[in-house]
Design a protein around this ligand. Structure first.
Ligand code: MTE
Ligand code: MO
Length: 254
């Protein structure tokens, strides 16, 4: 290949990156997820444009800012025999299956998830129904888990399958999906603790997603499976989530 067009492409990318630096986003050039995301899915210039808009951290709060109560919304306790069996046994038999477009599919017990690189954060949850609450979350960084299973070229989304049937007949399990930018975001965690205690059933035990730049319905509770996919058109209603299939926006950035 003639090196001239390649040089000018790189120069454009570099100019975009330095514009980001001038705009005060210097943190993005140092984050470990930056090169991975660039390698993952899309042209460098498009990836940089998105990172400039989306690389920021969600606001974090102090211990004293935490809400005295954090309500439960949507499912409060999954109506399934499998879930009741897990819950009755303190989730000792629970396993999170991770597969799809990855090199090393595997299952994680709760104990194994607790050994992955973790992050603790105090953040505000915003539900579209018009309430917010602040809590402290601790969980495994989704980036660390993805590093372990190694997404394959072409994987673009992370789908999260949940234990709770939304229909009375036991079908329509809740599910959600996020793209790799959010998946590798430093604040995106598979939370197992809430306010320094194991996650209560009402809030998604034993594992719920925290994806802090997005609205409440993206924060899948009772996660039992994670699948890397190139697209989600073939899953359930095809719109990338239980509420998305019923008209909510897939992109719920805040
Ligand atoms: N599996 C599952 N995840 C879910 C829901 C649900 O009903 N089932 N509700 C969503 C909505 S709309 C919100 S606002 C939050 C509520 O989380 P909370 O119960 O901890 O308040 O969970 C989200 N994740
Ligand atoms: Mo919500």
């Amino acid at each position: 290949m003639n090196s001239a067009p390649r040089r000018s492409f790189l120069a454009t990318a570099a100019a975009a990156a330095s514009a980001a630096l001038l705009a005060g986003c210097d943190r993005l050039s140092r984050t470990e997820w930056f090169p991975k995301v660039l390698g993952a899915a899309e042209p460098v210039n498009e990836a940089i444009a998105k990172l400039v808009a989306r690389s920021g951290l969600a606001q974090e709060f102090a211990e004293g800012d935490r809400s005295p109560t954090f309500r439960s919304n949507g499912t409060r306790e999954p109506d399934s025999d499998q879930y009741r069996a897990w819950s009755a046994n303190g989730f000792a038999d629970y396993a999170l299956a991770v597969g799809g477009m990855v090199e090393a599919p595997r299952a994680y017990s709760l104990a194994e998830l607790r050994m992955l690189p973790a992050r603790t954060q105090i953040t505000r949850h915003d539900c579209v129904e018009g309430w917010s609450a602040i809590a402290k979350w601790k969980g495994a960084r989704l980036a660390g888990l993805l590093d372990a299973v190694r997404p394959r070229t072409g994987a673009r989304y992370v789908v999260l399958y949940c234990a709770d049937p939304m229909a009375d007949d036991g079908t329509d399990l809740y599910y959600e999906s996020i793209d790799l930018l959010d998946a590798y975001h430093p604040q995106t965690i598979l939370a197992y603790d809430m306010n320094d205690a194991p996650l209560p059933v009402a809030n998604g035990a034993p594992i719920r997603l925290r994806v802090e730049r997005q609205l409440g319905y993206k924060h899948a509770k009772y996660v039992t499976g994670i699948e890397l996919v190139a697209d989600f058109a073939h899953i359930a209603g095809g719109k990338g989530g239980y509420w998305e299939d019923r008209g909510y926006q897939w992109w719920a950035g805040i």
